[in-house]
Design a protein around this ligand. Sequence first.
Ligand code: GLU
Length: 414
Amino acid sequence: MEINNFKAYCDQFDRAATELGLDENLAALLKYPDRELSVELPLIREDGSLKVFRGYRIQHNDARGPCKGGLRFHPQVDIDEVRALSALMTFKTALVNIPFGGAKGGIHIDPTELTSRELEQLTRTFVRAISPIIGVHTDIPAPDMNTNAQIMAWIMDEYSQTHGYSPGIVTGKPISLGGSKGREEATGVGVSIALREAAKCRNIPLEGASVVIQGYGNVGSWAARTLHSYGCRIIAVSDASGGIFNPNGIDIPELQLHLKNSGSIHNSSLAEPIDNDSLLCLECDFLIPAALGGVIHKMNAECLNCKMVIEGANGPTTPTADEVLWRKNIPVIPDILANAGGVIVSYYEWVQNLQRHYWEEEEISTKMEKKLVDSFYEMSALAHSKKELSYRTAAFMISINRVASAVQMRGRTT
Ligand code: GLU
């Protein structure tokens, strides 16, 4: 199902801007990206052949601080997707009130088709191509789909070769190179914290609550591990090739072991296979889409059978699906709150890099949790203050206001 992510984001933005009564020109200024860079990336493959890839870095807004956001390596990456994701970063950093703007980057590629050396080469070429617009105080990349700490290390190394030792150019680095304790698990842990607070609001006991997670990458697997430790029952998880289901709850530590040994979540005695479409429609307390955007859409929203959706992925619910879920009284905890744990810890990583002074894990996790919980209640207070206001629109209203005020105070509208 083809979804235009940028159109979906525009719809979300427009609803909040209308609710705020935002001036039309100011709204246009805040809605569209400040700067878009599209780059050609030649790669000489190991067999000597030439292959050319397309990459992007889009800076949406920097009024509240340097642009911040991940780098995605995926065949679905195109300019509209990166535009939408860059905007979501602006409103995510504003919502959780960290001094950053928003950006996103990506390469249109299936990284499994490259060897590790080719991937390193391509990453370094990409860093050189976008180096005119990134910087420790201008734009700081991070991991996203199919990128990891190793790729961040190559970025840090490539940039540092021309700018001197610059750990603050990128976050999500290995700890040995200036990464932060707690960064790897931060997004999944943050999703679990958002779910925990949402459960409190709806009086759903966490102990034994049933959870379905679509996607078992960094976000989904850390959410599964954390929620399992909270006493939730993870009844189904999936990856791109399909899902697994056990109504009594999957033994997540055992699944992790199986994944480590076999390289896959499938083919174990822990659960039965289930296809990805049926997985989304399972009866459960919480559904966590933690993979691609646009997976809950008008064709399947009606079949959802959960009490709440917690958005681990960016942009998993289309505006039409949002309307269906609203009508079905299924609240959605939006991406810009639910998956903000990652960028919050990225912020602490950057601060540690600037200070050249490193903190203990407990300090980082306590600070992250407080930021996320405070932002959750700010969002829910606004959402509950008015009838017909979703969590998403409330979250956008708070963050649009913050960005608007920074833009205005900096004199960009006069
Ligand atoms: N890619 C993550 C996100 O979408 C993290 C971004 C960051 O840490 O800068 O929030």
